[in-house]
Design a protein around this ligand. Sequence first.
Ligand code: HEC
Ligand code: HEC
Length: 330
Amino acid sequence: MKTYLLIIFSIIFIPLQAIDNDYWQRPSQIPTPKDNPITPQKVELGKLLFFDKRLSRADDISCATCHDPKYGWADGVAQSVGDREQKGRRNSPTIINSAYLRSFFHDSRVTSLEEQALIPIETDVEMNIPLEVLIKKLNAIDGYKKLFLEVFGDAEINKENLAKAIATFERTIVSSQTDFQKWNNGEKNAMNQAQIDGFNIFKDSGKCISCHNNFNFTNERFANIGLGDENDLGVYEVSETKNKIWKANFKTPTLINIEKTAPYFHNGSVKTLKEAVHICGNGGKKPVKSRSPFFRDRKVSNQEVNLIVEFLKALTPPEIKVEIPTDFPQ
Ligand code: HEC
Ligand code: HEC
């Protein structure tokens, strides 16, 4: 990764904005690149591609295999399983609100949804099909050629337009009225007392919001919470400088939908939300010495962990209504 990006992503968060009700609102404007505006037809095309298993070597894996609406747009297993039943080394993150992220993957190694979308297609432990092969395969499907012509004015399918369509569908998967949102907007009964207490600990004494902040509950910066190992050094692997301070650093993930996306952390090593909160609330996994210094010395009691867990359950949005395609272009 470029050094300047590391610097931008790593500055410790200092809230410049007052933490008032507005602070927690999702901006209604979805950030969209100038050259890839959202149109209803493009969303529909992107949705077909997202759910189409023919985007893999053996016609058996789609993006939705690992980002399944049923599992909060993640996949419910510790490490995702791809082509030939191979296990990757990382846990599938939810794609909810990925429209608002500035960096993708647990190590932030790419900076646009368009760039991200092509990577799992070629990754051997995921969909495992070279892009040239996939582009040929798609160009042999008349139904897709017709749709690409309608959307992009070009029937010849290329990887840029493939990525643009998939990214556009993903931009429509955003969180709406969670109980926390409703409460924040003045519906006083939307959260119970335990959840309100949990929120106060999350925001004040628990200091969770120094990393899990804004409406999407992530500052998109990195920390070493003591869960990296030789098999996965996180940001260090993709940094140009190979400075050891990046070892075992991973991106702070969103907490939207967190109740539904177990198991937790970049390697899926933690099964329950309670344990995940306990680890993050008490300075990470001990006794790893390299844990980030500004993170190490925090303490959250068991009672407080339980209240925070109750609060986190208020971050599950109502099911996003997506009609899952059953008929694909032929
Ligand atoms: C075999 C399972 C699998 C498949 C198939 C898969 N993904 Fe993923 N996805 C993952 C895993 C695991 C990660 C995290 C990888 C990492 O950090 O290196 C990820 C990360 C992502 C992210 C980044 C989210 C974030 O918060 O940083 C997005 C967006 C995404 N995938 C979209 C897609 C799209 C689009 C497709 C289809 C073209 C796809 N994925 C196919 C497992 C999968
Ligand atoms: C110093 C920054 C920082 C602070 C403070 C922090 N976290 Fe985290 N949190 C992270 C990072 C980084 C990860 C991902 C680490 C990994 O995957 O190895 C994470 C992961 C999590 C996860 C698992 C998310 C998932 O999708 O797997 C939960 C739950 C969580 N944090 C809750 C909390 C709570 C609750 C607090 C406050 C008690 C808190 N965190 C404080 C940085 C932080």
